[in-house]
Design a protein around this ligand. Structure first.
Ligand code: ZN
Length: 150
């Protein structure tokens, strides 16, 4: 006997698509924010290290169809999504280890990437409702602030 999940299969319309980092320290808070604050229950998620930051890289070495923006664009089309949410977060290892950020420069890089990622998503999908948020730590509490988009 396998494990039976209590929520039943839900084939209603999609409420949106969310792009956030894979960092497990923030995964429950991302879910709480998306479901309970934004009201996006049936959501597609693109979970990658760096979240929206991964949308901004030029990956010319990647074959067409293998970039993160291609995944976002495909899902928005196939699932008729009309709202996209991008979330960055404090202490992001992707920026600190892979993008050369320091604790001092991290927020500035994330804000710059967010503005660019919003443009990239709009251009690739034609969706106007693209929202940006940053999850910041206040002690051990995670607080979400809107930082860009519509
Ligand atoms: Zn991260």
């Amino acid at each position: 006997m396998g494990y039976e999940s209590s929520p039943s299969y839900d084939d209603g319309a999609y409420d949106g698509l969310v792009v956030h980092c894979s960092d497990g320290r923030f995964s429950r808070q991302f879910n709480d924010f998306v479901v309970n604050h934004l009201g996006i229950l049936r959501c597609d998620r693109v979970v990658v290290p760096g979240g929206p930051g991964a949308l901004t890289l030029e990956r010319e070495s990647e074959p067409e169809g293998m970039r993160v923006i291609d995944d976002v664009s495909m899902l928005c089309t196939v699932h008729e999504v009309d709202r996209v949410v991008l979330i960055q977060h404090d202490l992001c290892a992707y920026y600190l280890n892979c993008r050369g950020a320091t604790e001092a420069s991290l927020r500035g890089m994330q804000l710059e990437d967010m503005a660019y990622a919003v443009e990239i998503v709009r251009a690739a999908t034609g969706i106007e409702r693209v929202e940006g948020y940053i999850a910041r730590l206040v002690g051990r509490v995670v607080v979400f602030d809107e930082v860009g988009g519509a």
